[in-house]
Design a protein around this ligand. Structure first.
Ligand code: 13P
Ligand code: SF4
Length: 301
């Protein structure tokens, strides 16, 4: 433990704060977090938090979700410019337009979206809950925003519904190709291929397992196999090397690095605790509207 990490741990108690971190955060941050999880787990943990302050080490939509689900708490995002480019690809106006165009459809949004967008949607989902949520809806038609790839994956798993897919994408996962998988399999022919559903369908089709960051980690932990090609951000590989050192894990492509997730440095976490920055504030209407959408997701589980 470094001096800065020790200082964070003692300040955290003093200030009655809980530190939540996504698996894409650097390992020094994962080590001082109270909970490390995928988007769904972080949202649930934030909703259940008793502590007066929640420090969300991740990107803005994750911190906003924490605030929406537990609005009486102070929610801090240590790196205020850590956004998600995919979340920025859709606006509330886009949703209003789509609802007019398809009035009979339910609107399902990926958690990687702004509070304003969520406030216009019927139900939210994460990569771990999307299929279950689509199946739970009574509507035959579903507008899915913003991730075209997660939407296409859900559509393939829920064939009795019609999906209208918004054309957003994650710039990190979307640029992985089927030939990356073929190349990795040539080097590691025995490895299982584990893919995040934000990847394109040509990549998803080559997977032995498709799931969220948590799903991928659990798959490696519980599998009798020893070698795995990981088709998601490098933070998952780093975590697996730490928690399952007996397994061999290989990152599918070296460019699987999310620059926004890497904006949070350990010094930002300390700054956040020392100076109560950067607080997430949202207008009342956005909190109320988005709460329905997020809370409905949590209750479907
Ligand atoms: P998970 O919910 O699977 O952790 O995904 C979050 C994310 O942003 C993936 O790019
Ligand atoms: Fe957004 Fe992609 Fe980064 Fe996830 S990996 S936070 S979807 S840009």
């Amino acid at each position: 433990m470094t001096g800065i990490q020790e200082r964070i741990l003692s300040l955290k108690h003093e200030k009655n704060a809980v530190i939540l971190a996504h698996f894409y955060q650097t390992m020094d941050i994962q080590k001082i977090a109270d909970h490390v999880g995928d988007s769904f787990e972080l949202a649930c943990r934030a909703q259940a938090a008793d502590e007066s302050t929640i420090i969300l080490c991740g990107v803005r939509f994750m911190a906003e979700s924490a605030k929406i689900l537990n609005p009486d708490k102070k929610v801090l995002l240590p790196a205020p410019d850590a956004g998600c480019p995919m979340a920025d690809m859709v606006t509330a106006e886009d949703i209003v337009r789509l609802k007019k165009q398809y009035p009979d459809a339910a609107v399902m949004c990926y958690v990687n979206s702004s509070a304003d967008v969520k406030a216009e949607c019927d139900i939210c989902c994460t990569s771990s809950s999307a299929v279950k949520i689509a199946r739970s809806l009574s509507e035959k038609r579903i507008i899915f925003v913003p991730d075209q790839n997660l939407g296409a994956y859900v559509a393939s798993q829920v064939p009795d519904k019609e999906f209208i897919l918004y054309q957003g994408f994650c710039p990190i996962h979307h640029h992985v190709s089927a030939s990356d998988v073929t190349a990795a399999k040539t080097v590691h022919p025995e490895a299982r291929v584990l893919i995040h559903p934000e990847c394109r369908s040509e990549v998803v089709k080559l997977a032995d397992y498709v799931g969220s960051t948590s799903g991928i980690i659990d798959y490696v932990k519980n599998s009798a196999d020893r070698e795995f090609i990981i088709g998601t951000e490098m933070g998952v590989v780093e975590r697996l090397k730490r928690i399952a050192p007996e397994k061999n894990v290989y990152l599918l492509a070296t460019r699987l690095v999310c620059p926004n997730m890497k904006k949070t440095r350990i010094s930002d976490v300390l700054n956040s605790l020392e100076n109560d920055v950067y607080e997430i504030t949202l207008p009342e209407y956005a909190i109320k509207g988005a709460f329905k959408c997020l809370d409905r997701m949590v209750k479907v589980q």
